[in-house]
Design a binder for this molecule. Sequence first.
Ligand code: ADP
Ligand code: GN1
Ligand code: MG
Length: 361
Amino acid sequence: MDNDIYKNAIDRFVMDGEPVSCVPYGCGHINHTFLVTTDTGRRYILQMLNGAVFHDPDGLMENVVAITRHIAKKCGDPRGSLHLNPAKDGRLYTRGRKGNMWRLYDFVEGSICLQAPETPEDFYQSAIAFGTFQQQLADFPAETLHETIPNFHNTPDRYRIFREALAADVRGRAKEVGPEIDFVLAREAEAGTLQRMREGGELPTRVTHNDTKLNNVMLDAVTRKPLCVIDLDTVMPGLAAYDFGDSIRFGAATAAEDEKDLSRMEMSLDEFETYTRGFLTACPGLTARERETLPLGAKLMTLECGVRFLTDYLQGDVYFSIHRPEHNLDRARTQFKLVADMESKWDAMAAVVERLSALTV
Ligand code: ADP
Ligand code: GN1
Ligand code: MG
């Protein structure tokens, strides 16, 4: 990307001091994120929202404002919720010269953001962060939220899009990925389980984050306790199992999401237990049925994510940022390896949830 793209946007915001640097920042796959530093030493996060992904920026920003206000009221620490800085015209985001949407957050100072847990305690604390987030939003009116990406965790719908991509095969890549296609199709019936339970009213709808990767939590750099949850663009009504599951997919994995050596990729049962303990502690209001679905959340969020990476590979890498030609394929393969590993550890995962549920009820 053209790194000077921010120059016009940066002038549109009121900042404490004059900006002296603006550099690409973080490892997100969707938005373009920059760290801005001013001559007074203040730091900000400037973000260009991905317009191909988010079609309703007004609705999305209304969600972010409402959620951050709701959380700010509940916690004493000013770093406990993201803080948005309006543009000079008073709006919450501005459109750049090329029509892109930009917003400016305070940089969360004194924090760390991890790509993988450095200790089990880090992962435990991220579970506390996401569990607390869900708990803090338990009394938020879910029906007032805009659906920023419709059907985001509707796994059968992700399969529908996958089948369309496979039929179109615009890049002629399907022939290279036969085993991955077979893996996906063999699990199609099970993939719809959570969605059917949601539609059947078996599970309560909650306000969920929906993208609970470890790098969407800020921990205090000194205490390593949670400060706040970030990346609020996909906060929407959902299931507790989505947030639990996506955290396991990313944080309980023994290798990076794009690891090429699949022999290094497993789902750590110890990390699974650590996260489950934290999540159940922070989120005590889960129903017995919700608790039972947590392992399924881990498996289906991982399968769904793999399906999305493989779909993007078939479509020619149009959605997720990639940094090498087969990046999406490598990512899809790690997810399928994780799913297979979860299948082999299934009874143990269920037993962990059952045992910890009994302790935390
Ligand atoms: P994406 O949707 O692309 O993942 P994020 O909002 O998660 O975008 O931002 C990408 C990265 O930027 C985060 O993983 C984190 O490292 C960093 N980041 C985002 N917001 C802040 C903030 N307010 N303070 C400090 N770092 C931040
Ligand atoms: C994207 O934005 P980021 O990098 O935190 C994606 C998630 C995927 C994740 C896979 C809006 O998350 O759904 O699970 O990549 N976000 C969106 O790493 O599609
Ligand atoms: Mg992110």
